[in-house]
Design a protein around this ligand. Structure first.
Ligand SMILES: [Zn+2]
Ligand SMILES: [Zn+2]
Length: 377
């Protein structure tokens, strides 16, 4: 089945504001929340769909990527491999909503034994256009936390083990009745872990995780576009109590170039040329994004705005041997700061100029004349 449009899923229009988006999402999330629809597979599917749509649209970067590429923006994981799915995030998305709507005090719902998936991390990486042309391997340092080796992530001093929490009898959750709802919330004694560490590991102070700067090599493929998101599965924060690690998302942006504009795989460049080159014809040299130089021939009588196409001198098409084109657009520069002699020469030219020299302006002004005559004044 084809994936539904995220805006359609949330029942909003494409120009929806953040506030409207949030309220549309709240309404639907409340309606389809699994805790309100126990055993209703359809509601659960809708809830997942709504959560996924909101996860994307609430983030301006991801929303922009979605607006541009649709669902393809998050598929076929660049570099990281695999689908950029939301399966792993579902449990935490659910607990976030639950916390927000039912006031669970920000305590994340945890799996058995206090296992919790690590947080996803975001890393902003800016590269030059030339680097996108060649592709490159970037070494990045990511501040993250890793599972403590000393206690294998349990948080308990080696040789000891956590004891079962007496408050919740190891369940990690306690129930309370409030109005119509029977609320389940994280056990305040063990913070939902179900166990109490009496003898904490000295290396990680019982956290089961230690802070770490991790070096990673990220392969940036040639032709990568501004706004691309690269997912490195499992490179995010370590999970709690041996839970799975989160993912690392690299948000790639490309610095604006001094004179190249990029559109997909094509490169555009505006080049000012002199009045005489435009009138008499000539040649000029331009750099290409590959770092080479190429000559462009200008025929006589070239007008401002004329575009010259240099085939395959643009950006590489990602994961393909093909290249885009380069477009040179010329702008005729009217001479300024004329000397007396130059002025005389131009005046002499003007005296000899005929309609044939300026067919466009002649044509325009004669149409203007016809227009006024047509008005019958
Ligand atoms: Zn430890
Ligand atoms: Zn407890």
């Amino acid at each position: 089945m084809a994936k539904r449009d995220y805006y359609e899923v949330l029942g909003v229009h494409a120009q929806v504001t953040e506030t409207e988006l949030k309220s549309a999402y709240r309404k639907l999330a409340m309606q389809f929340h699994p805790d309100r629809n126990p055993g209703n597979a359809e509601a659960e599917a809708r809830f997942k769909e709504v959560s996924e749509a909101y996860e994307v649209l609430k983030d301006p970067n991801r929303r922009a990527a979605y607006d541009r590429f649709g669902h393809a923006a998050f598929e076929g994981g660049m570099g990281g491999g695999g689908q950029a799915g939301f399966g792993g995030d579902f449990a935490s998305a659910m607990s976030d909503i639950f916390d927000e709507f039912f006031g669970m005090g920000g305590q994340r719902r945890r799996g058995g034994g206090g296992r919790e998936r690590g947080a996803d991390l975001r890393y902003n990486l800016e590269i030059e256009l030339e680097e996108s042309f060649t592709g490159k391997t970037v070494e990045i340092e990511v501040p993250t936390s890793a599972t403590c080796v000393t206690c294998s992530g349990s948080g308990a001093k080696p040789g000891t083990s956590p004891t079962t929490c007496q408050t919740c009898k190891g369940a990690g959750r306690v129930r309370a009745t409030q109005g119509f709802f029977t609320l389940e919330r994280a056990c305040p004694t063990c913070q939902g872990r179900g166990t109490i560490i009496t003898d904490p590991c000295e290396v990680c102070s019982g956290q089961g995780r230690i802070s770490e700067e991790r070096k990673l090599s990220v392969n940036i493929p040639a032709g990568i576009e501004d706004g691309t998101r690269i997912r490195l599965a499992g490179e995010g924060e370590a999970g709690v109590m041996g839970g799975p690690s989160g993912d690392l998302y690299i948000f790639l942006s490309i610095k604006p170039h001094a004179f190249f504009q990029r559109e997909g795989a094509d490169i555009f460049c505006r080049v000012p040329i002199s009045l005489t080159t435009a009138a008499l014809g000539g040649e000029f040299e331009v750099p290409t994004v590959s770092g080479e130089k190429t000559r462009v021939k200008v025929p006589e009588g070239t007008q401002t705005g004329r575009q010259f196409r240099l085939k395959s001198k643009g950006m590489p098409v990602i994961r393909s041997p093909q290249f885009g084109d380069m477009y040179i657009q010329v702008v005729v520069e009217t001479p300024r700061n004329l000397t007396k002699r130059q002025r005389e020469l131009l005046e002499a030219f003007e005296e000899e100029a005929s309609q044939d020299n300026h067919p466009e302006s002649h044509g325009f002004f004669s149409r203007v004349k016809d227009f006024f005559e047509g008005l019958g004044t």
